[in-house]
Design a binder for this molecule. Structure first.
Ligand SMILES: Nc1ncnc2c1ncn2[C@@H]1O[C@H](COP(=O)(O)OP(=O)(O)OP(=O)(O)O)[C@@H](O)[C@H]1O
Length: 379
């Protein structure tokens, strides 16, 4: 049987009885439909693996039909070595899907090299991907091995591929087609054997129509597309994710929480989660930290951020921080790093700002989806 079932059993012992192994799919399927109820957490060290109530496959929690469709596609494509293009909003788990494709494929013993192409200036991006020779440009004090070389005989996961400038797309196409490239500042052609998995929250087809993405590259990438559904399109998965993140945080942070009350589960299941699973994960961590007793005290008021409001309200510090960072990002047209980027304007390092944005669930796609759904924010 293939698939990672480590989340279900421990020391050969099966906990609980609500999981079935679907022999056709070789992964756990939940027998009964998730119902919304209070959640009793299992946080004793005996359960320091994913507890049995949590349906998961390759570390991907959930059993909704839309997620199952995506996981079926993962299992179909993984052994083929084909290029995969993953589409989904920010925080939906695209990287987890990419890792599953790698682990279930022929290259599982090779490296999985991840690289995020977002908000990186052209020159730096080129040298990160393809490497450079010593002296190739000012500041190139030593030879640098690029991600393609690092991923040789393994998998390269290029996140936010829609952010690769047109100038570099031709070079990327050449590596995909000819499997060869040169380091910056070198005439020597290098040959690599890399499986590419690309991901984007943008509509690449639309970018092709707008002339922002090369059509030939799009078709070369779009051999096997996988769409990861937004969390609001798979609300059935929310209770399992609440349990998963709550149990993880309680153990990690050594807290006493053992119950998620019904009204909290209800509110979290109804909320739209524009930042998707990352936003839920961060929210659960915040909730566990804020909880004094055994019952989870979730700051449900924070969830009103993206809902219509009638009048001025007092902002929390996080809301104020979110609003300020957002307004600066708008002035830089969402450029984070570099001399014209938001990080410099805010007096932060690029990585610090990116970390803050992740923690706050602040992203361009979230803002776009909030505007798209016509909601008014109170930030
Ligand atoms: N189904 C899931 N089960 C458990 N954890 C998940 C699941 N999906 C996502 N996560 C967690 O949520 C966080 C965000 O996931 P991930 O980085 O894979 O999303 P992404 O779509 O690649 O985001 P981005 O577009 O911003 O790069 C990670 O910490 C990941 O482990």
């Amino acid at each position: 049987m293939s698939g990672n079932l480590s989340g279900i059993s421990r020391s050969g012992e099966i906990f609980g009885s609500i999981l079935l192994i679907d022999p056709a799919l070789a992964r756990p399927a939940l027998v009964q439909h998730q119902r919304v109820g209070e959640i009793h957490l299992r946080t004793s060290p005996r359960f320091n693996v994913t507890s049995s109530e949590i349906p998961s496959f390759e570390g991907i929690v959930g059993s909704s039909s839309s997620l199952s469709r995506a996981l079926d596609r993962v299992m179909t494509v993984a052994p083929t070595d084909a290029t995969v293009l993953i589409h989904g909003e920010t925080g939906t788990g695209k990287e987890l899907i990419a890792q599953a494709v790698h682990r279930l494929g022929r290259r599982r013993n090779g490296r999985f090299v991840r690289f995020n192409c977002a908000a990186i200036p052209l020159g730096l991006l080129e040298s990160e991907l393809f490497g450079h020779e010593k002296g190739a440009f000012t500041g190139a004090v030593a030879r640098k091995i690029g991600r393609f070389e690092l991923a040789n005989n393994g998998t390269l996961f290029l996140d936010e591929i829609g952010d690769i400038p047109l100038e570099l797309q031709a070079k990327l196409l050449r590596v995909l087609q000819e499997r060869e490239f040169e380091r910056l500042g070198s005439n020597q052609t290098l040959h690599v054997n890399v499986r590419l998995i690309a991901a984007s929250h943008r509509d690449l087809r639309q970018m092709v129509r707008e002339g922002k993405f090369r059509e030939d590259l799009f078709y070369r990438l779009n051999i096997f597309p996988i769409t990861v559904p937004a969390l609001r399109e798979r609300r059935d998965d929310i209770p399992a994710l609440i349990r998963y993140f709550a149990e993880d945080c309680v153990r990690r942070l050594d807290r006493r929480v053992n119950l998620v009350p019904l009204e909290t589960v209800r509110a979290l299941t109804e909320y739209d989660w524009p930042g998707n699973i990352r936003e839920l994960q961060n929210f659960m961590e915040r909730s566990v930290i804020l909880s004094q007793g055994v019952e989870l005290q979730a700051p449900l008021d924070d969830l009103r951020w993206s809902k219509p409001v009638n009048g001025p309200e007092t902002q929390t510090l996080s809301q104020a921080e979110y609003g300020h960072i957002l307004s600066v990002l708008k002035t830089t047209n969402w450029v984070v790093g570099g001399p014209a980027g938001a990080a410099l304007k805010l007096g932060l390092k690029r990585t610090t700002l990116i970390g803050k944005m992740r923690k706050l669930g602040l992203s361009r796609s979230r803002e776009a989806s909030v505007q798209h759904s016509g909601t008014v924010t109170n930030r």
